[in-house]
Design a protein around this ligand. Structure first.
Ligand code: GLV
Ligand code: GLV
Length: 328
């Protein structure tokens, strides 16, 4: 019998696809709502043909071997797949898929929510009003920085980076970007975007939004040296992955006024957040909500489950991250 393990409850639409294809008995959904403990995951994965993990699950060679040689597909419930050892999967002939595209606009919305909240000190204002200490309108109270007409920096101009840049048009923004690949000229023109080197991006951006994947090359690509190059009035937004920013260096920069504020959705050691960051009034801290809309999570479930169904039926998945396995 086919066996599928889903490591955490996902929207019904995805589960239903799996039930329809393989029968309800074939599908195990982790019973608790929380990340599976490692030992439970290692035990539960035994004998499965397909694994649908969350980004909080470390899917490494050990886990693949614990599953056994019948494991054919790892359908990660995220666009980012730094939690999966893709090389180990490829060596074992296991297909790895992600959920790109469907969460692009949703994540770009969240980046903007953080950008605006950090610029206009919404977190501080909310804490003030709820504290019961608010004494009324004040000429010097919680003064933020303007967004309209400023320079928006995008670090990593993939799908999400471009979607964030596009929203800047409505705010009359000029866009600078640093990326491995240059986007085509027509898109640059449409987005009012100019490719620049990293130093210029850091020096010129009023708002810097990060959209690169986490790799060995991007780990801590924003650290003390980079923060020092930014404007004192700048706002940093991270909806990518926590470890691309040196969190201790960021907390220090926020405390010392090296930059104005930060809007953060991701952290180096989730769910732990650097204790110094909690002390920063000028940090807006969200609990990894980038793709968290009802519509998008449902589409992600559909894609991930659809990939499981396709692969186990011997068809190609729609969004493969290690296509070498398909050829081999
Ligand atoms: C969320 O962080 C994702 O990569 O989908
Ligand atoms: C992710 O989907 C990206 O390419 O930005």
């Amino acid at each position: 019998m086919t066996r599928v393990l889903v490591t955490r409850a996902i929207p019904e639409r995805g589960l239903q696809l799996l039930y329809d294809a393989f029968g309800k008995d074939a599908v195990t959904v982790a019973p608790q709502d929380g990340s599976m403990a490692r030992a439970d995951l290692l035990a539960a994965v035994k004998g499965v043909d397909a694994l649908l993990p969350m980004l909080s699950d470390a899917v490494n060679g050990e886990l693949m071997d614990a599953a056994g040689p019948q494991l054919k597909v790892i359908a990660n419930y995220a666009v980012g797949y730094n939690n999966v050892d893709v090389k180990a999967a490829t060596e074992r002939g296991i297909i790895v898929t992600n959920t790109p595209g469907v969460l692009t606009e949703t994540t770009a919305d969240l980046a903007w929510a953080l950008l605006m909240a950090a610029a206009r000190r919404i977190g501080e204002g909310e804490r003030l009003t709820r504290s019961g200490q608010w004494a009324g309108w004040g000429p010097m109270q919680l003064l933020g920085v303007d967004v309209y007409g400023k320079t928006l920096g995008i670090y990593g101009m993939g799908r999400i980076g471009q979607a964030v840049a596009r929203r800047g048009l409505g705010f009359g923004m000029k866009v600078l970007y640093t990326s491995n690949r240059r986007i085509d000229e027509a898109t640059e023109k449409e987005l009012n975007a100019l490719q620049v080197d990293k130093d210029m991006l850091l020096e010129e951006s009023d708002f810097l939004s990060l959209h690169m994947p986490l790799t060995v090359d991007t780990r801590h690509c924003i650290g003390a040296a980079e923060l020092a190059k930014m404007k004192k009035t700048a706002v940093l937004v991270n909806t990518a992955r926590g470890p691309v920013v040196d969190e201790a260096a960021l907390a220090k920069a926020l405390q010392d006024g090296v930059i104005f504020a930060a809007g953060l959705d991701v952290f180096e050691e989730e769910p732990t957040i650097h204790p110094e960051l909690y002390k920063c009034e000028n940090a807006v801290i969200a609990p990894h909500l980038g793709s968290a809309s009802l519509e998008t999570r449902s589409r992600m479930a559909e894609i991930a489950a659809g990939n499981v169904v396709r692969v186990l039926r011997g068809e190609e998945p729609t969004t493969c991250v290690n296509p070498a396995v398909l050829q081999g």
